[in-house]
Design a protein around this ligand. Structure first.
Ligand SMILES: Cc1cc2nc3c(=O)[nH]c(=O)nc-3n(C[C@H](O)[C@H](O)[C@H](O)COP(=O)(O)OP(=O)(O)OC[C@H]3O[C@@H](n4cnc5c(N)ncnc54)[C@H](O)[C@@H]3O)c2cc1C
Length: 427
């Protein structure tokens, strides 16, 4: 029998670990590795939580077990793509580059794949709340996490009925929803329009009041506990045989490596492809619009069936966040895609005030894989490198859990989660 290559987690229970990327994934990974007794250094060109983790909708969406791309959604995509301000768009000059990704995404919408992806998503969702609580309690910022049932709004009963199969899958995984009448909606959220046909009330939902602060507060705790966070751009990783040996930094320095974890979000393929690991990763660019003092009162996160976006009451105002744009990493933002969220929110919340110079707009690059699942696990090429990236629409939700799983993996601790769906060699 052929011997398995010896990974360094089997021989080094505690060590120095460098993490590239200080988003929710990299910082959660650093925190869990530190809890397991390792020394950690995190390197990012921007401060913690200033990448894609800055501006998301703040939803801990662990109940969203069905994949983002699924048969019912697949049918809507051609229509969406024709509208440059629609929920999903591609800049046509970018299509040849993104085509392999789209073809793979299409294959992942086949029923057998959907079942497997659903099982993997459900497994990652199981300990989201306790992993968040572990990190935020230790950081002294548990108040950033709000436990509040969420609400989805429907213009017609037919729209509600069309989602029954997805609700059935959620129920199978233990997530309950209740249908609300317009009167019941008005009772819990008086500022919502009175003419919706019905709502779906998701119990046991959480959101965070400020996603950037979540990351920053965990990062501060990592530093308090002796971890190092360096602001710099990693230009290159030197390799010697099957090991990564040193990082070259933009500031001019070189840093030797013991073990390395790549949590560089949408930029992670820069490293994975240099190491020889083939990954399909696209920047799924999303937008937000934050309306300070929005003129309405809202106690929970809302979604509206007409478009994939969320409305979340945050510390800085009402955040409208969503849409998906394929244009590569570096194309300039199209701010109309942020403003297009406003009319949908106004439909739901008629007293919402107009857009003026006080609103803020943001674009973030979701690290998107064609199955919507992250890569969590070892490089197939370098024996002292691990990956934690590709969390697509669910990175905030799955961040702390990914950190715990990588913490277990790099410490040689057994995991009770089946990690086969997250392997880097699946593409
Ligand atoms: C509009 C929108 C709404 C969303 N809503 C939700 C939601 O409600 N719930 C949810 O769970 N998820 C949501 N997401 C997704 C979530 O925000 C992402 O999946 C998550 O932030 C990804 O985290 P990350 O740590 O992988 O990436 P990032 O936060 O982008 O962190 C990666 C870091 O790596 C750094 N980096 C990259 N390359 C280098 C290099 N060479 N040298 C140094 N540093 C480097 C970058 O600067 C960056 O800071 C949303 C996303 C968007 C855009």
């Amino acid at each position: 029998m052929k011997n398995k290559p010896l990974r360094e987690s089997h021989i080094m229970p505690s060590s120095h670990i460098t993490i590239i990327g200080a988003g929710i994934i990299g910082i959660s990974t650093a925190a869990f590795l530190q809890r397991a007794g390792h020394k950690v250094t995190v390197i990012d060109r921007v401060p913690p939580g200033e990448g894609c983790s800055f501006g998301n909708a703040g939803g801990l969406a662990f109940a969203e077990v069905t994949p983002t791309i699924r048969p019912r959604i697949l049918l809507k995509i051609p229509g969406w793509l024709l509208d440059p301000l629609g929920p999903l768009t591609i800049r046509w000059s970018y299509l040849p580059k993104a085509l392999p990704w789209f073809l793979a995404a299409g294959r992942n919408a086949l029923p057998d794949r959907v079942r497997k992806i659903t099982a993997a998503r459900a497994a990652l969702g199981l300990r989201v709340v306790s992993d968040f609580e572990t990190l935020l309690t230790a950081a002294g910022s548990i108040d950033l996490m709000v436990k509040k049932d969420s609400l989805r709004l429907y213009d017609t009963h037919a729209q509600y009925q069309a989602e029954e199969s997805e609700r059935a899958v959620k129920r199978e995984h233990g997530y309950e929803m209740k249908k609300l009448s317009p009167g019941e909606i008005a009772e819990i959220e008086p500022d919502i329009a009175r003419d919706f046909a019905c709502g779906a009330f998701h119990g046991g939902w959480y959101y965070v009041r400020n996603p950037q602060k979540v990351v920053a507060s965990i990062a501060e705790n990592v530093v308090r506990n002796g971890g190092e966070i360096i602001q710099d751009d990693v230009l290159k990783v030197a390799q010697d045989g099957s090991r990564a040996t040193a990082l070259t930094l933009k500031s001019g320095g070189e840093r030797p490596l013991d073990r390395l974890v790549i949590c560089a979000g949408a930029y992670s393929n820069f490293f994975a492809s240099a190491f020889g690991d083939k990954v399909l990763l696209e920047a799924e660019r999303g937008y937000h619009l934050v309306i300070p003092a929005p003129g309405i009162t809202l106690g929970r996160s809302l979604t509206y069936v007409a478009t994939p976006m969320a409305m979340t009451p945050m510390d800085m105002g009402l955040r409208l966040a969503g849409t998906d744009e394929f244009a590569g990493l570096d194309a300039p933002p199209n701010w109309k895609r942020a403003d297009v969220l406003w009319p949908f929110a106004k439909r739901c919340l008629p007293k919402l005030r107009e857009i003026d110079q006080t609103v803020s707009r943001w674009m973030g690059r979701r690290p998107g894989t064609p199955d919507g699942l992250p890569v969590i696990g070892p490089s197939r090429k370098l024996r002292n490198v691990w990956y934690g990236f590709g969390h697509s629409h669910m990175g905030l939700t799955w961040g702390p859990t990914t950190g715990r799983l990588l913490g277990e993996m790099l410490s040689g601790a057994p995991s009770n989660t089946d990690l086969s769906a997250f392997r880097v060699d699946r593409f």
